[in-house]
Design a protein around this ligand. Structure first.
Ligand SMILES: Nc1ncnc2c1ncn2[C@@H]1O[C@H](COP(=O)(O)OP(=O)(O)O)[C@@H](O)[C@H]1O
Ligand SMILES: [Mg+2]
Length: 230
């Protein structure tokens, strides 16, 4: 028998309630090292809440998040970043009055070369607030990479980008994946996501309703119904 290695990240029976609302309902997800897992689901499905729980921004009502063999519930976001668990936000977070270079230095002064990889070196002296949306997103990912992640969680990286910016970002994310970075990507733009992810998990009303390859997931009846609001 071939035994799979232990997952890098394992979400076990996570439930998160906001008052009466069950935002995550007994969610179980495994992420293997070096894989790119896609997470999709209608608005309000609980995708961002899941990232908030994994990265220590929210405490779940029950369940475990096992990262590198250890339950990390109760750890603070900055502690998890030091362990290599890094996320980006749906709404881009940069230091807007600092330059591109200063933003990277704020994370890790030894990793400024990341700007070359991200195609941002020419912009290194520009204030973050003066960047285009696509450049801001790249800076955000560059800042995440400067933290030297083992796993990177991306929340809607393609949202609000022009087709050209989206293509550029796609190449960057794909390159990081091909270099062996483990990724979990929440994304509505399925064309991009399905080219990046080997496996996709579908959330609806806080529950995992489907898991499989992109081809399997788009054909699944329960997924079509969730998206059509049936
Ligand atoms: N901090 C919060 N307080 C109360 N309700 C929240 C909070 N965050 C999210 N929710 C609710 O939880 C549900 C899931 O939200 P979210 O995880 O942002 O969904 P998604 O990212 O899939 O669009 C939504 O109904 C949302 O309104
Ligand atoms: Mg969200």
């Amino acid at each position: 028998m071939v035994e799979l290695p232990a997952p890098l990240l394992e979400i076990e029976g996570i439930t998160k309630k906001f008052g009466e609302l069950v935002a995550l309902d007994n969610v179980n997800i495994k992420v293997q090292e070096k894989e790119c897992l896609g997470i999709i689901g209608p608005n309000g499905a609980g995708k961002t809440t899941l990232f908030n729980v994994i990265t220590g921004f929210l405490k779940p009502n029950s369940g475990k998040v096992i990262y590198m063999g250890q339950n990390i519930i109760g750890k603070k976001p900055h502690q998890l970043v030091r362990l290599g668990l890094v996320r980006t936000f749906q709404l881009i977070k940069t230091f807007k009055d600092l330059t591109v270079m200063e933003n990277i230095v704020a994370v890790n002064e030894e990793e400024t070369d990341i700007l070359k990889e991200m195609g941002l070196w020419e912009k290194r002296n520009v204030l973050a607030k003066n960047l285009s949306q696509g450049e801001k997103r790249k800076l955000n990912i560059a800042m995440s990479m400067a933290a030297k992640p083992k796993i990177l969680l991306l929340d809607e990286p393609f949202a609000g980008l022009s087709p050209k910016e989206g293509e550029e970002l796609y190449s960057i994310i794909k390159k990081l994946r091909d270099e062996g970075l483990t990724q979990v990507i929440i994304e509505h733009k399925l064309r991009e996501l399905f080219k990046l992810s080997e496996r996709v998990t579908v959330l609806n009303y806080g529950k995992v309703i489907c898991e499989g390859t992109p081809e399997e997931v788009v054909k699944a009846k329960q997924v079509i119904e969730a998206y059509l609001g049936a």
